[in-house]
Design a protein around this ligand. Sequence first.
Ligand SMILES: Nc1nc2c(c(=O)[nH]1)N[C@H]1C(S)=C(S)[C@@H](COP(=O)(O)O)O[C@H]1N2
Ligand SMILES: [Mo]
Length: 516
Amino acid sequence: MDAQEVQEEQRRLSLPVAALVGVLALAAALGAGHLVAAFVGYAASPFVAVATFVIDHSPQALVKWAERTLGTADKLVLKIGLGVVLVLFALAAGQLSRRRPLAGQVLVVLLGAAGIAAVYVRTDLGQLALLAPVAALVAGLAAFTGLHRLAPPVPPRSYDGESRRKFLVTGVGVAAGAGVAGLGGQLIGTSTNAEGSREAIGPLVPARTAPPIPPDADFAKLGTPPFLTPAADFYRIDTALVVPQLRSEKWRLRIHGMVDRELTFSYADIRSRPLVERLVTLTCVSNEVGGPLISTGRFLGVDLAGLLRGAGVRPGAEQLAATSADGWTCGTPIGAALDPARGAMLAIGLNGEPLPVEHGFPARIVIPGLYGYVSATKWVTDLEVTTWDARQAYWLGRGWAREAPIKTESRIDTPGGFARVTAGRLRVAGTAWAQHTGITKVEVRLDQGPWRETTLSAEVNRDTWRMWWAELDVPPGSHQVFVRATDRSGYTQTEARADPVPDGATGWHSVTLDAR
Ligand SMILES: Nc1nc2c(c(=O)[nH]1)N[C@H]1C(S)=C(S)[C@@H](COP(=O)(O)O)O[C@H]1N2
Ligand SMILES: [Mo]
């Protein structure tokens, strides 16, 4: 062993330095991946791709649980969680490599391979998209190896000022480079993204407007939600980790399958057709009894049945299979899509503006009365008229029902659960819905007492929710208030509790109160 080898043998990094090397290499990898992804597809950014993979391959019960409990924050929580895991990996890579870089290099390659695999399995991303995780792997490995070689050992025997300067300059360079690459990727990605295109749409003029909403369509002053949900508050549920960025100029909708003639529409084609406005309450099948995954919008768009009839639906068709730009799929009974009384639409506007990007810009499907997962495809680009046997939509393969009309349900909005209230006269208020049938009665009950009818808001149409309120006499103590709705078919909500899986929750919503 010569002196050089002895020195190499004993070279060891301190824990903080090793950790820094790991974290800087991670930053270099993510920054490089994000920059390349700006050119080959945003969803190929390795971080995004891995997180999406986690969503797509988690047990569906877990995904739905996250949607229910975390709502729109589910993705943020996932991203933070993944970020923490990655930093732990980076720290481990540093720690395992305090003597030799090999163990850390292996970890870096494993992480890079995970990114490549996550992009590879995505059928909606081209092969070019693989460049993003490959760039991440190369950058991560180079940064790790280079920084490891330059890092100060303990004890710092032959490590002089010059070596220290080199390490610092390289470290700062890697950090700055990663930041610039990441930010640059973000900037380039968004200048080619959907929001710019959306802002250039200009006013969308309805040929037929929805009737004005009467002032007594909600009891917002008594604690119900407003009849129309502001777009910013509209519940959002989808599997897209990165909101698909479509530009209206490039968007196309193809109608094919069991049709007489295949049709392709551009945004301009759709926009120049007579645009109709419809007030519709969307509901997610994952909504628990009493849950928030329901909102009402003023949708603007064209009649879906008209588009399909233009293509000529052939006999024997059963399913309208819709595909979104990000590869999500949805199957609707063809009858519901064609029924003129149902009013299915291809929507391009919400509440007087172009669809928000996260709600499907440039276009989505809206079909009154069906849960979102069997009807409401956002970022829709492809409609295939087909049979049930020929294609199985995304959530069907995960245990959810093929046909899923929205169930008649009701919710207490005020007071909230476990509220402390003053004993005596208590006002309760809430929401009820039975889309496509209509609500005719809502009743409330205190504990095991008699059902009492509530005052209903004006019925705007049968496809939207209805608000209710009532007053109850509440003695001091702990109590439970129940609500149940009856729809126009005469059906009264069952007390039997059912989970959202496979076709929507049932049961009476109740809140527990503490009256003093
Ligand atoms: N492309 C796409 N469209 C989708 C989904 C999705 O995951 N991807 N989820 C559906 C579900 S489950 C629901 S409940 C509605 C929600 O629409 P919103 O987010 O506009 O409220 O969108 C539907 N359309
Ligand atoms: Mo949903």
